[in-house]
Design a protein around this ligand. Structure first.
Ligand code: KG4
Ligand code: ZN
Length: 343
């Protein structure tokens, strides 16, 4: 079964074809994928401009679809079903992918299904030959979400805890901006942190001893104050290069420490021994390595997708669509997108 996946919830136009006959291949079941990032378009404005995002998705969707078919060496009639991101996200941007996907499916006479963006992230580490088995705890860490979820099967999710303010990725992005680094901040902080001392500054780990919820706004304020006190803003780059690297490393360390401790607590609370991390921040190497070490101590394992499948992409939507269709689900002809949607 070949499922076309479409992701247009924010500033990436992602298309991919998941082919269930390729599950055992070393390509995560993917026949092909294309990804176009609007980062440069929005960089001028210091953040994603919703109207421009929608216009750019519309401009790129059909040419990218054509490119994907060529890459896969197939005809559009070879596609068996279409999955598109239905929410959460920017409403205009969501509607471009949803309408394209629903209309194409109607024209081809095949089923279409709307997917929750975070379910796409959650299931992405399960693509491929040796997926971690259910049940597991999922740590979803993206630019818009930070959640701990007990996943008992496809569609069986219980939220154990979540951020009461900023998301982890958002905090990476804001700390990066304060340090004079470009968007997206996560990978740039990680790079700068390589030459810094993670123990140079003791940043707060908020709500560590209170349940499984997170709070990151205090950490953001602490970084702001630290930059002011040490003049690490990036304006006098040469003289304070080491200070900036130390701030980046200390921030990343505090963030990772918080995520790891809460994840460990969640595993113990629900009596599970598998943690699956997903979303853009799960690409972070320091997070992965610390989880590998810390979870080994409690006989638990950590699982994640290759870095390219951690950030937004069409492949995760195609795969989530495949799983939902296998369970007998599909959507009717009416297109409805949900900009704010709890999983
Ligand atoms: O999942 P994603 O691509 O988009 C959303 O659904 O939000 O996540 C994007 C977030 C951004 O905040 C970005 O800075 C962060 O993921 N990110 C990282 C890394 N790569 C991406 N954060 C830390 N370390 C990374 N290597
Ligand atoms: Zn995402």
């Amino acid at each position: 079964m070949k499922v076309l996946g479409l992701e247009t919830s924010c500033d990436e136009t992602g298309l991919a074809i998941f082919d269930s006959e390729l599950i055992d291949s070393d390509n995560n079941g993917l026949l092909g994928q294309v990804l176009y990032s609007q980062i440069e378009l929005h960089a001028l404005y210091g953040g994603v401009v919703p109207e421009l995002a929608s216009r750019d998705h519309i401009r790129k969707l059909v040419p990218l679809f054509h490119e994907l078919l060529e890459q896969c060496g197939i005809n559009k009639n070879d596609i068996d079903a279409i999955a598109y991101t239905k929410g959460p996200g920017l409403i205009g941007a969501l509607m471009t992918g949803a309408l394209f996907g629903r209309s194409l499916a109607y024209g081809l006479g095949i089923p279409a299904i709307g997917i929750h963006h975070m379910e796409g992230h959650l299931l992405a580490p399960l693509m491929g030959a040796n997926p971690p088995a259910f049940p597991f705890v999922s740590l979803l860490v993206s630019g818009g979400h930070t959640q701990l979820i007990a996943a008992k099967g496809v569609g069986q999710y219980e939220i154990l805890g979540e951020s009461i303010d900023d998301a982890a990725g958002e905090c990476f992005d804001k700390a990066a901006k304060m340090l004079g680094l470009e968007y997206p901040g996560g990978p740039n902080i990680a790079k700068l942190a390589e030459s810094g001392n993670p123990n140079a500054y003791d940043l707060p780990r908020p709500m560590l001893h209170r349940g499984l919820d997170f709070s990151f706004s205090g950490m953001k304020t602490a970084v702001h104050n630290l930059i002011k006190d040490t003049d690490g803003s990036g304006n006098g780059a040469d003289s304070n290069a080491q200070v900036r690297a130390d701030i980046a490393a200390s921030f990343q360390h505090a963030m990772v420490d918080t995520l790891v401790r809460k994840s460990t607590k969640a595993l113990k609370q629900v009596g599970m021994n598998r943690l699956v991390i997903a979303g853009g921040v799960s690409a972070n190497r320091h997070l992965r390595e610390t989880l590998e070490t810390e979870l080994a101590k409690i006989n638990a394992t950590v699982h994640y997708a290759p870095p390219a499948l951690c950030t937004d992409n069409g492949a995760m939507i195609a795969y989530a669509g495949y799983e939902r269709l296998q369970a007998g689900q599909s959507d009717d002809l009416a297109v409805s997108c949900v900009p704010r949607w709890s999983m």
